[in-house]
Write a protein that binds this ligand. Structure first.
Ligand SMILES: CC(C)(COP(=O)(O)OP(=O)(O)OC[C@H]1O[C@@H](n2cnc3c(N)ncnc32)[C@H](O)[C@@H]1OP(=O)(O)O)[C@@H](O)C(=O)NCCC(=O)NCCS
Length: 167
């Protein structure tokens, strides 16, 4: 049995999520922004919690027409490398597919090789760059198209099977 479980983010999770945000990101989202996001339409936010109920990660996505845009994903440093972000991504993608999205996109720092490897496992490829998207760094723009295809469903199920089995 997994020690970490996933569930939808609740408003009462926001302070804990904001703490992780400010530990992990240079320009963290405030409690206000997180609350607004959580209450906005066409959003899915999920958290990962350990057996004692502490939040160890979270991720979110926004859907605009056919496109699902991953807005944030983070795992606390001491719990990384155990497949938690992978499980968060599987959960987000299943949710956006159920909501009718057909493509997946996001921006990531060009220096963030770890995150880029995660996204590549989900079939995302670099299609462009946004100059100085972060204060002093370019963003790489990644896309996975046709995530509603049978091929992509196979990829997702295979990632989910191997990850659930090891975490
Ligand atoms: C990017 C980030 C979310 C990844 O989280 P994570 O939970 O460590 O990710 P995973 O565990 O799913 O995958 C990480 C690695 O662990 C490996 N792994 C997964 N499950 C594993 C397991 N059970 N045992 C051993 N290794 C495992 C994966 O294969 C992957 O290896 P790779 O990097 O060589 O490809 C995390 O590093 C983070 O929070 N970074 C700071 C915030 C950030 O940069 N967010 C992205 C913004 S765009």
């Amino acid at each position: 049995m997994s020690q970490v479980s996933l569930r939808p983010m609740k408003p009462s999770d926001v302070p804990a999520v904001a703490n992780i945000e400010s530990d992990v990101f240079e320009s963290p989202w405030s409690i206000g922004v997180l609350k607004e996001e959580l209450g906005a339409p066409r959003r899915t936010y999920v958290v990962a919690e350990d057996k004692s109920g502490d939040l160890v990660g979270y991720a979110g996505v926004m859907i605009v027409e056919d496109d699902a845009h991953v807005t944030t994903i983070a795992v606390v440093p001491q719990m990384r490398g155990r497949g938690i972000a992978t499980r968060l991504m599987v959960s987000l993608i299943n949710a956006v597919l159920a909501a009718g999205a057909r493509h997946l996109t996001l921006e990531v720092r060009e220096s963030n090789a770890q995150a880029q490897r995660l996204y590549e496992r989900f079939g995302m490829t670099t299609v462009g760059r946004r100059k100085n998207y972060y204060l002093n760094e370019d963003a790489v723009v990644m896309w996975a198209t046709d995530i509603d295809s049978a091929d992509y469903r196979e990829r997702l199920d295979s990632i989910a099977e191997t990850t659930e089995a090891t975490v």
